[in-house]
Design a protein around this ligand. Structure first.
Ligand SMILES: [Zn+2]
Length: 411
């Protein structure tokens, strides 16, 4: 859809210094014996999940959760191996099942075509959860009831109250503990500074003060390695022992990439939140419609939306303001005099014939993004919430412009 005639409202999000839910993810190093226990726990959870799903499929109307929960003691008596699973973990399986059902129903209500929930096949259960109890962080170890004290690498300090821990097995066979933490708002002192940022493929980000953040070199190197491992995999016989080994090696590289990227984005977003009261970015969802070459850059883009989401919830917790502006013409307009200076993508420099300003293209764009945001915030317009945006979205053919408002539950 060509969007040149489309006016998109600026979205302003003001943080309220409220309590946030955050996830911390750490690598676990179980012994062989512990790993066996963990795999068995996954299997028991999978069995329980399938059992309850079977029960649900028998009935026309979905019974309330507590009715099924009441069956658990009887099941444990009948199948003693369930005793090796912590009681809260067993209950959580039911919670998972019901939340999957709810998700499915939600999609159906939106008019999507969805099938029914399916039984989980062997190996498809990847997580089990301790909610509120059954776990404890000791010195360098994570104590899990029924399993033991598993060595853990805490590379970040956990701040706040741990609500639950989710144990996850990745495709590569590595194990992780994901802690859900309730964190009190971090009071940051005002800085009196505002910044705009242009996210682009040339480098990673250019801000309105001329700061440039390059795409992490390390990530590029790892992406090269993906190609190599993929080629190796394609030479192996599918399903053979060597193929499985190679597939897990490839999965490992993918996981490392997403680890590093997440880490990089956390640091970057923290830097901007700490140093600026107001942060202006382009509305990526709108940019997506305007730029026809968009598909080619999908990969960089998904990282950008993760980045913006991080900015969003960090701003929310710290009382900072995040503004998403209409990306229209941000790269063409002169940030000093406002003249329209057309330049195709490959022209990397902004040269204004009207006022003589010469500046890096992305730096100029970042300044425009900041200017747009300041105009909106300064003009005292009523705050626009994502909800108020909705009617407009529908009239544009249902493109999903609204980001899920603050969902820090990224695993
Ligand atoms: Zn100018």
């Amino acid at each position: 859809m060509k969007a040149s005639y489309l006016y998109m409202n600026t979205k302003i999000y003001r943080g309220a210094e409220r309590t946030m839910n955050l996830n911390y993810r750490f690598r676990l190093y179980p012994s062989k014996a512990q790993e066996m226990e963990m795999l068995e726990t996954l299997e028991s959870c999978r069995w329980l999940y399938n059992h309850f799903l079977g029960e649900l499929k028998k009935t026309k109307k979905v019974p309330p959760k507590y009715e099924l929960q009441a069956q658990i003691p009887r099941l444990v008596k009948k199948y003693p191996s369930l005793k090796n699973v912590h009681s809260k973990t067993r209950q959580y399986v039911l919670w998972q099942l019901y939340s999957n059902l709810k998700g499915l129903r939600g999609l159906k209500q939106k008019g999507r075509k969805v099938g029914r929930l399916r039984f989980k096949k062997y190996g498809r259960m990847k997580t089990f959860v301790y909610n509120q109890s059954g776990f404890k962080l000791l010195d360098g170890k994570l104590h899990l009831s029924k399993i033991g004290d598993i060595p853990i690498k805490l590379h970040r300090k956990i701040k706040g109250n741990i609500k639950q821990v989710c144990i996850k097995r990745e495709q590569s066979g590595r194990w992780f503990a994901i802690f859900s933490v309730e964190q009190k708002p971090e009071k940051l002192s005002t800085t009196g500074r505002a910044v705009g940022m242009d996210l682009n493929t040339q480098n990673y980000l250019t801000d309105s003060e001329g700061g440039r953040v390059e795409h992490p070199h390390e990530l590029l190197k790892l992406e090269e390695r993906v190609k190599i491992q993929q080629r190796k995999l394609s030479r192996k016989k599918k399903g053979s022992k060597n193929w499985i080994k190679q597939a897990s090696r490839l999965a490992r590289v993918h996981e490392r990439i997403s680890d590093r990227r997440r880490d990089f984005l956390h640091k970057l977003s923290r830097y901007y939140i700490e140093n600026y009261d107001l942060i202006a970015v382009e509305d990526l969802a709108v940019k997506e419609m305007i730029e026809s070459s968009y598909n080619a850059k999908n990969k960089a883009d998904s990282a950008w939306s993760t980045f913006i989401q991080m900015l969003f919830y960090k701003a929310e917790g710290a009382g900072r303001t995040l503004v998403k502006v209409d990306p229209k013409n941000t790269s063409q307009i002169c940030s000093r005099c406002g003249a329209y200076v057309y330049k195709p993508v490959w022209i990397r420099e902004h040269r204004c014939p009207t006022c003589g300003l010469v500046m890096d293209r992305d730096h100029n764009a970042a300044k425009n993004i900041l200017n747009k945001a300041l105009q909106e915030v300064g003009s005292g317009r009523p705050e626009l919430t994502p909800v108020e945006m909705r009617p407009l979205l529908h009239s544009m053919g249902g493109a999903s412009l609204v980001e899920e408002a603050g969902s820090p539950h990224h695993l």
